[in-house]
Design a protein around this ligand. Structure first.
Ligand code: NI
Length: 396
C-alpha cells in the first residue's frame, strides 16, 4: 500500500478517537498560560504512543520528537496551540465547556486533538520516512506576549533545530473538506493603542474656562485615520480601529480626561514602526495645540505572518495530491493576528486553514463567539493531511 493510502487508512481508523480527544479538550478548556491540565493530558497522550514528551516549556508548553530513519537528515516542526478564551459557551452539546466562562471558541481544541492524531499516524509510519518531526503544543496564543515568543526564547527552535514549521487553524468561512493556503504575506501585525487625553474639566456651560478633552479626543480619533489614508502606501493593508472611548462626564459636566483604546494592524514592519511614530506625534501635537495634553502608549503585539513562498507552494501541492485540486482554496490576506507569526520571523513557515463549516448542519458561527463549533469530519482530514504534509516535507 502506498504511503498516502496508509496515512488515510490510519487517519480513518483513529478518527473517532480524535473526536473523543477533541470532546475531552473542549469540555475542559483553560485560559492562556494556565493550560496545566491540558498540557498534562497532551503529555500523557504522547507517552501512551511511546513518545518521550518534554513538559513545562514556558510553564505549560509540551514538545516531543518523532524520529524516522536517519533522524538527523531533516527536522521539521508541527505546531498546535492549546489555550481557550474567556467566553461562556452557549452551544447545547454533550461536550459543552465544564469550566465556567472559558471556552475553546477559537478551535485550539481542534488543533490540539488533530496534532495528537497526526502524531499517532507519523509514529506508526516512522520506519517509512527519514528525518525528525518536532511536535509543538504551544500555550498562550490568545494573550500577549504570545506563547510562541516565549517558546522561541526557551529554545523551541533549537536542539534539534527545525528547518521549517507548519501550523493549521480552523476557518469557519471554509466548508469542511477544504483547505486554504496563501503564499507570502498572510496575517497582520497587531499593536494595542492606549491614549489618555488630558484637559481641564468643569461646568459644560462654561467651555471657555475648561479645556475640553472630549473635543480634543474627537479630533484625535478623526485625525489618526489620516495616518492610514494619507501616509500608508495604498498597497500596504493598514487598519486602525478604536473600540473603546471613555469620557466620564455628564450632559453638563466636561470631564478631566478621556481614554481611548484601539488596535493598529498592518503587514510591513518598517511601516509599522513609522506609523507608530506618526500617530504619537499627531495625537500629542493636536492635544497640545488645543490646550490639553495626551499620553500615547503602544503595546507591541504580534508581528505580521509571512508564509514562505516556496514552502507554501510545495505544501499546497502535497495537499492537492491528498485532497484533490477542487478542495484547495486560495486565501486572501486576513487582518487578524496570530502568534504563529513569531515562528515565521525565525524560520520558513506555512500556516494554512482547515475548513470546518457545514451550512446544512447549521455550523456557521465564527471563531471567538459563544456558538462557535465545527463539523468534526475536519478532524480526520486535519490529522491525516498534516501527517501527509510532514512526510512529504521531510522527503523534499
Ligand atoms: Ni486561534
Amino acid at each position: 500500500m502506498d504511503i498516502k493510502e496508509q496515512v488515510k487508512r490510519i487517519a480513518n481508523e483513529i478518527a473517532s478517537e480524535i473526536v473523543d480527544t477533541r470532546h475531552h479538550l473542549h469540555s475542559h478548556p483553560e485560559l492562556s498560560f494556565q493550560e496545566f491540565e491540558t498540557a498534562k493530558y497532551v503529555a500523557d497522550s504522547l507517552r501512551k504512543m511511546g513518545l518521550n514528551p518534554m513538559e513545562g516549556i514556558a510553564k505549560t508548553g509540551v514538545s516531543a520528537l518523532i524520529e524516522g530513519k536517519n533522524p538527523s537528515k531533516k527536522v521539521i516542526a508541527l505546531r498546535a496551540d492549546i489555550d481557550a478564551l474567556p467566553i461562556t459557551e452557549t452551544n447545547d452539546v454533550a461536550y459543552k465547556s465544564k469550566n465556567d466562562g472559558v471556552m475553546h471558541a477559537c478551535g485550539h481544541d481542534v488543533h490540539t486533538s488533530s496534532l495528537l492524531g497526526t502524531a499517532r499516524i507519523l509514529n506508526q509510519l516512522k520506519d517509512q520516512f527519514e528525518g525528525t518531526v518536532k511536535l509543538i503544543f504551544q500555550p498562550g496564543e490568545e494573550k500577549a506576549p504570545g506563547g510562541a515568543s516565549l517558546l522561541i526564547k526557551e529554545g523551541i527552535l533549537k536542539n534539534p533545530a527545525p528547518q521549517n514549521i507548519l501550523g493549521q487553524h480552523v476557518m469557519p468561512l471554509i466548508p469542511v473538506g477544504k483547505i486554504g493556503f496563501r503564499e507570502g504575506l498572510y496575517m497582520a501585525s497587531a499593536d494595542e493603542i492606549y491614549i489618555t487625553v488630558k484637559g481641564k474639566g468643569g461646568h459644560a456651560a462654561m467651555p471657555d474656562r475648561n479645556v475640553d478633552p472630549v473635543l480634543i479626543a474627537s479630533h484625535i480619533i478623526v485625525a489618526l485615520q489620516q495616518v492610514v489614508s494619507r501616509f500608508a502606501t495604498p498597497t500596504t493593508p493598514t487598519v486602525l480601529s478604536f473600540g473603546k472611548v471613555v469620557a466620564e462626564g455628564a450632559t453638563n459636566i466636561i470631564p478631566n480626561e478621556v481614554k481611548i483604546e484601539g488596535t493598529f494592524r498592518t503587514l510591513n514592519e518598517e511601516w509599522r514602526k513609522e506609523a507608530k511614530i506618526r500617530m504619537k506625534k499627531l495625537a500629542e501635537g493636536l492635544a497640545e495645540s488645543m490646550g490639553g495634553s495626551c499620553e500615547f502608549n503602544i503595546l507591541d503585539g504580534y508581528p505580521y505572518l509571512y508564509n514562505n513562498e516556496e514552502l507554501t507552494r510545495r505544501n499546497r501541492q502535497f495537499a492537492v495530491e491528498y485532497m484533490g485540486e477542487e478542495n484547495i482554496v486560495d486565501l486572501d490576506i486576513w487582518m487578524a493576528a496570530e502568534d504563529f507569526a513569531f515562528y515565521s520571523q525565525e524560520i520558513d513557515a506555512c500556516f494554512y486553514r482547515l475548513g470546518v463549516r457545514n451550512e446544512a448542519k447549521g455550523i456557521t458561527s465564527n471563531v471567538h463567539t459563544p456558538t462557535f463549533n465545527i463539523d468534526e469530519q475536519a478532524l480526520e482530514i486535519g490529522s491525516g493531511l498534516m501527517a501527509w504534509l510532514a512526510i512529504n516535507e521531510l522527503q523534499s
